[in-house]
Ligand binder design. Structure first.
Ligand SMILES: Nc1ncnc2c1ncn2[C@@H]1O[C@H](COP(=O)(O)OP(=O)(O)OP(=O)(O)O)[C@@H](O)[C@H]1O
Ligand SMILES: [Mg+2]
Length: 400
């Protein structure tokens, strides 16, 4: 004899039976092994099933209010109840009821009268069916989840591959453009010296020079992004970097009517081992973005504090603005090279990708939190000087 299905909790058997004596008889036989609920007709059983789907349903066919066949049909149109195995209790030798019931989706039937052994055996067979269906459903869900993960991983791989290819191409191109741009600039400057001021030539040369400078600035950013090694690292304090960035950006903030300030850093901010120029560039990019996103009267605030990351001592620098915020649709792309939401000619889309590269080359992490319409905060974490380096961690911080 196959033993009962082993489950964590006893299975729930719902019974629809209008004959009270038969209902009690069923309950008594099944009680030791199952959680049993007896209802007086199909309508009450359906309500009970909808409240909490049973593991097995046993239903009489002939009942007042709603008969067994109608109950079955109602269960089969309900997504949560469709797979509940059903045993039909049929009147003795009623072939008609059996055929109708099986056609309506019943899984098994018992002809009245039946003994306890037959009932238990049939219910156990349904319990096995229930168990297989449940296991199958679980496998199906797991498969779906795996498939989703695979799809995502594939998308990321394709994306990363594309970015790498674009990076190599662009680095080569930037390198090739550097020298001719230098020549254009030099010649424009030298001609400008001999052109009469306010003349058409002088104006044209000034435009050539301005645009060549813009191109050369872009080429330099591109080369920075594709550069593999960071500059030489040295012992430095982040407060010095922050105050230089503030100095550099203050004039521009003032011109735009934006308050740019820093909050006093707490005591005991550890020193870091890093490249002051690179870190300055990284922070300057964040401040530049914050100024671009913030309307006049808004504010941009830099702050520094000691912060542990994975039990590792370090510092956190944050750049918080009261600007436009970043919409959830573009948020996953802002660190991609060339991703910009700025009008053509105003942004290269390289700022954040460069910033992230610098932060990672220092063994740090960068994270962004943004609220559309109310502002954005970028947080950079850098390890304290002397702390052991942790490699190959994801490039984001958990919410702090
Ligand atoms: N503080 C911020 N508030 C709102 N949006 C931001 C902020 N910082 C970055 N972004 C968004 O991220 C995009 C990418 O930024 P990133 O610095 O990489 O390039 P960019 O600023 O557009 O160009 P560039 O840095 O060359 O001027 C921006 O175009 C903007 O849409
Ligand atoms: Mg930028």
């Amino acid at each position: 004899v196959i033993p009962p299905v082993a489950t964590e909790h006893p299975l729930r058997v719902l019974i629809a039976e209008d004959n009270e004596d038969l209902g009690a008889y069923l309950r008594d036989i099944l009680m030791p092994e199952y959680r049993v609920e007896v209802t007086a007709n199909g309508r009450v059983a359906l309500d009970a099933a909808r409240r909490q789907p049973p593991d097995i349903l046993i239903t009489d066919v002939m009942m007042p209010e709603m008969d067994g066949i109608d109950l079955l049909s109602a269960m089969k149109t309900d997504d949560r109840l469709r797979s509940v195995p059903v045993i039909l209790l049929t009147a003795k030798a009623s072939r008609d009821e059996i055929v109708k019931g099986l056609n309506a989706g019943a899984d098994d039937y018992l002809s009245k009268p039946f003994g306890p052994a037959e009932l238990t055996a049939r219910v156990r067979s349904m319990a096995r069916l229930h168990e297989s269906t449940r296991a199958l459903e679980q496998e199906r869900r797991a498969l779906h989840a795996t498939l989703d993960e695979l799809r995502q991983a594939q998308e990321q791989l394709v994306h990363a591959g594309k970015m790498a290819a674009v990076g190599t191409l662009v680095a080569g191109l930037a390198h090739e453009l550097n020298n001719p741009l230098g020549v254009i600039l030099m010649n424009a400057q030298s001609l400008a010296r001999t052109a009469a001021s306010e003349s058409r030539e002088a104006k044209a040369l000034a435009a050539v020079e301005r645009n060549a400078r813009r191109c050369s600035h872009m080429v330099r950013s591109l080369l920075d992004v594709s550069r593999r090694k960071p500059r030489t690292l040295q012992s430095t304090t982040i407060e010095e970097v922050v105050s230089r960035v503030l100095e550099l950006a203050q004039a521009e903030a003032w011109r735009r009517g934006i308050q740019l300030h820093s909050t006093p850093s707490g005591p005991a901010v550890p020193r870091i081992h890093g490249s002051p120029e690179d870190l300055e560039a990284a922070l300057f990019n964040l401040v530049g973005n914050a100024l671009d996103a913030t309307p006049g009267e808004g504010s941009v605030c830099l702050s520094v504090k000691p912060q542990f990351w994975d039990d590792q001592p370090g510092i956190e620098v944050s750049v918080q603005d009261t600007g436009s915020g970043i919409s959830p649709e573009i948020l996953p792309r802002i660190f991609d090279p060339f991703f910009t939401s700025k009008p053509a000619g105003q942004g290269t889309g390289l700022g954040l990708s460069l910033t992230r590269k610098i932060v990672e080359s220092h063994g740090g992490r960068i994270q962004v939190d943004s609220q559309l319409g109310s502002g954005t905060v970028f947080r950079i974490w850098l390890p304290a000087e002397g702390a052991p380096r942790v490699e190959a961690a994801p490039a984001s911080l958990p919410a702090m």
